[in-house]
Design a protein around this ligand. Structure first.
Ligand code: N01
Length: 542
C-alpha cells in the first residue's frame, strides 16, 4: 500500500477512495479502508482538526446525551480498555480528546487533509471515477466516495429580518468560537429550546447578567444526573468491555439499556408513577425505555407526558412561566428528547426571563435587541440554538452529480430517496454513512456509524474479491426502501411532532418527509445482513 500525497498540489490526486469528513464516521472509515483493505484513502475535512460535531459544537454546556461507556468506538476492546471517561456523560472537550487519542493511536491524521471543504463531487461514468473538488481548488479522483459528513452539521440560522443591523455579537451554537465567548455581565438572548438550548441555558444563566430565552415550541426534558465516574465503575467498564459492546448491538437504538418489556397502559397508575419517579431520579434518555408502548401508543405516551409536565410545574415557581414551559404540543420523545442539568430550575433565577414566541412571534432584530409582536428585549449577545438543516443538508450543500450528470438535489427534490440509507440509484460507488433512511439519529451515533462503516468496508472488500468495479442501488429497491422507511415511522408516534427536524419541518421550504429509519438498529442490522446474504439484493454490481 502506498500512502497518498498530503501536501497541496494543483495536479489532481488519484486515490482508491475519498472520505468526506473526519468526525466519528470519517475517522473509522479511513482506518478500515486504509488498514483493513489496504486502499489509498484520504479524508477531506473542512475544519482544521478532527472531531466533526465535537469540533464545532463548543457552546456552553455542550455535552453528550449518551452515557460515556457507550459513546465511543467498540471495534477494538483494547481501545475500550485503554481510554477512561471521567463523567457519566462526556463533555465536548473530553470527547474531542478521546477522538484525538484514537486518531493518534491509529496514525490517522497523516491521511486527513484539513481546511479542505468539498464543494462538488461528480461521477465520471466512462472512467468509473468520482472527481471531488474543494473550495481551495484541488481535485481528488477516486473509485469510491464515502460521505461521513454528519447528520447535524449544517447550521440553521433563521432569516430574521434585521440581523445585519444588530450592533452586538451573535453566534450559532454549532459554530461556536474556539476561544469562547465572554458572557459575564452581558445580556444574552437565546433563541431555541431543543437539546442544545436546554443544555446551554443553565450555563449561560450562571455567567450572564441576564438571559432571555425565546421559546417557540415548549419541550420535554428529563434530568441527566451527570456525575463523575467512580473508580469502581471505570473498572467495571474495563472488565466488561465485550459485554457492553454486545449490549449496544442488541438494543433498539444502540444504547446501553434495554426497553422494559411492559406496557404503560396495562400498569396500574400508582405503579406507573413509581416507575416514572424512579426513572426521573436515575436520569437520562433511559426514561423513554420505561415502557415499551411509550412510542407507539398515544394513551401510553400521555402518561409519560403528563408526568414530565407535572414535574415542570412543580419545579418552576412562577406559575405563568411554568404554564408556558409545560404547554407542550407533541408526544414525549416524538422529537429528540433532551436531557438536562438544572434546565427548568434555571427559570427560578432572578436573571432569567422566558419569552413565549409562539404567542408573540419574533418580528425583527433591531440594532440593540430582539423584537416580538409584543415587546423589544434589549440584548448584547444573541445565541442561535436553532438547530440544523438535518441529514440531507450536509449532503445537498455539496454539488453531487451521478450518472449522466444528474444532481442529487434534483433526485431528492421531494425528499431523500435511497436504499438502506447507504446508496442512491444513479450514483455508483457513492456510500453515505448514516444517511437519511438509516437509523442514524434515532440511535447512539457511534454504534450506527460502526455498523455502516463495517458494512461499506465489507462491501468494497467483496467487490474487489469478485472483480466488480461498480455497485449501485437499483431503482426498485429504492422505491421499496422509501416505503419501508415511511411505514416504520407510521408505526410510531414520531410523525406526530409537526415541528420536528426529523421531518425537515424546521427549515422553510424543506420537504416534509420523515428522514431516519424508525424500525430500530437491531432490525436494520438484520436487514443489511440479509441483503448481503442474498448476494447484495437490491444492488447492481458490475
Ligand atoms: O436543534 P433543534 P438543537 N424562531 O432543531 C427553535 C442533537 N444534539 O441544536 O421547535 C424561533 O432540536 C426551534 O423551535 P421549534 C440532538 O439530536 C445532541 O437543539 O422549531 N425559534 C427549537 O426550539 C438534537 O435533537 C446533543 O418551534 C426557532 C430550536 O430552535 C439535535 O442535535 C446536544 C426558530 C432548535 O432545536 C438538534 O438540537 C445537542 C425561529 N425562527 C443537540 N428556528 C447531545 O447529545 C428554530 N427555532 C450532546
Amino acid at each position: 500500500m502506498s500512502s497518498p500525497p498530503t501536501g497541496r498540489t494543483d495536479e489532481p490526486v488519484e486515490l482508491d477512495a475519498v472520505v468526506i469528513g473526519a468526525g466519528f464516521a470519517g475517522l473509522y472509515q479511513l482506518f478500515r479502508l486504509r488498514d483493513r483493505l489496504g486502499l489509498t484513502v484520504m479524508a477531506l475535512e473542512a475544519a482544521d482538526g478532527i472531531g466533526g460535531t465535537w469540533f464545532w459544537n463548543r457552546y456552553p454546556g455542550a455535552r453528550c446525551d449518551s452515557e460515556s461507556h457507550v459513546y465511543w468506538y467498540t471495534f477494538s476492546l483494547e481501545l475500550m480498555r485503554e481510554w477512561e471517561w471521567s463523567e457519566r456523560y462526556p463533555g465536548q472537550a473530553e470527547i474531542l480528546r478521546y477522538l484525538n487519542f484514537v486518531a493518534d493511536k491509529l496514525a490517522l491524521k497523516r491521511d486527513i487533509r484539513f481546511r479542505t471543504r468539498v464543494t462538488s463531487a461528480h461521477y465520471d461514468e466512462a472512467a468509473n471515477r468520482w472527481h471531488v473538488r474543494t473550495e481551495t481548488g484541488e481535485t481528488f479522483i477516486a473509485k469510491y466516495l464515502v460521505t461521513a459528513v454528519g447528520c447535524l452539521s449544517t447550521a440553521n440560522v433563521p432569516a430574521i429580518p434585521g440581523l445585519e443591523m444588530f450592533k452586538g455579537d451573535w453566534y450559532h451554537t454549532g459554530q461556536w468560537p474556539h476561544e469562547g465567548v465572554d458572557i459575564a455581565g452581558k445580556r444574552v438572548g437565546m433563541i431555541g429550546t431543543g437539546s442544545t438550548g436546554i443544555q446551554a441555558a443553565p450555563v449561560i444563566a450562571a455567567q450572564a447578567k441576564h438571559l432571555t430565552v425565546f421559546q417557540r415550541t415548549a419541550n420535554y426534558s428529563v434530568p441527566a444526573r451527570n456525575v463523575p465516574l467512580t473508580a469502581d465503575f471505570k473498572q467495571y467498564v474495563k472488565d466488561n468491555a465485550g459485554e457492553i459492546r454486545a449490549t449496544t448491538h442488541q438494543t433498539y437504538n444502540g444504547m446501553g439499556f434495554r426497553v422494559e418489556e411492559r406496557n404503560a397502559v396495562d400498569t396500574p397508575p400508582e405503579e406507573r408513577e413509581r416507575i416514572y419517579e424512579a426513572a426521573w431520579e436515575r436520569g437520562g434518555l433511559q426514561f423513554r425505555a420505561s415502557f415499551e408502548d411509550m412510542l407507539i401508543s398515544k394513551q401510553a405516551n400521555d402518561t409519560a407526558a403528563d408526568f414530565i409536565k407535572s414535574k415542570i410545574r412543580s419545579i418552576v415557581k412562577d406559575p405563568k412561566t411554568a404554564a408556558v414551559l409545560s404547554d407542550i404540543d407533541h408526544p414525549y420523545a416524538a422529537k429528540r428528547p433532551p436531557i438536562d442539568t438544572n434546565y427548568f430550575e434555571t427559570y427560578n433565577r432572578p436573571n432569567v426571563t422566558l419569552v413565549d414566541v409562539k404567542a408573540a412571534p419574533i418580528r425583527q432584530i433591531s440594532e440593540t435587541g430582539i423584537r416580538t409582536d409584543e415587546a423589544e428585549y434589549p440584548v448584547d449577545i444573541i445565541v442561535f440554538a436553532t438547530g440544523f438543516d438535518a441529514m440531507t443538508g450536509p449532503l445537498l450543500r455539496m454539488d453531487i452529480r451521478g450518472r449522466g450528470g444528474i444532481a442529487l438535489k434534483d433526485v431528492w427534490e421531494a425528499g431523500p430517496r435511497n436504499y438502506l440509507g447507504l446508496q442512491v440509484a444513479g450514483f455508483p460507488n457513492l456510500f453515505t454513512i448514516t444517511g437519511p433512511g438509516s437509523p442514524s439519529v434515532l440511535c447512539n451515533m457511534p454504534v450506527a456509524i460502526e455498523q455502516h462503516v463495517d458494512w461499506i468496508t465489507d462491501c468494497i472488500d467483496h467487490m474487489r474479491a469478485k472483480g466488480r468495479e461498480r455497485i449501485e442501488a437499483r431503482a426498485e429497491a429504492v422505491e421499496k426502501w422509501v416505503t419501508e422507511v415511511n411505514e416504520a415511522a407510521a408505526r410510531t408516534l414520531l410523525p406526530l411532532a409537526k415541528h420536528s427536524w426529523y421531518l425537515g419541518a424546521n427549515i422553510p421550504g424543506k420537504p416534509r418527509v420523515f428522514m431516519p429509519y424508525a424500525g430500530g438498529l437491531v432490525r436494520y442490522r438484520e436487514i443489511c445482513h440479509d441483503v448481503v446474504a442474498r448476494d447484495y439484493e437490491g444492488f447492481a454490481l458490475s
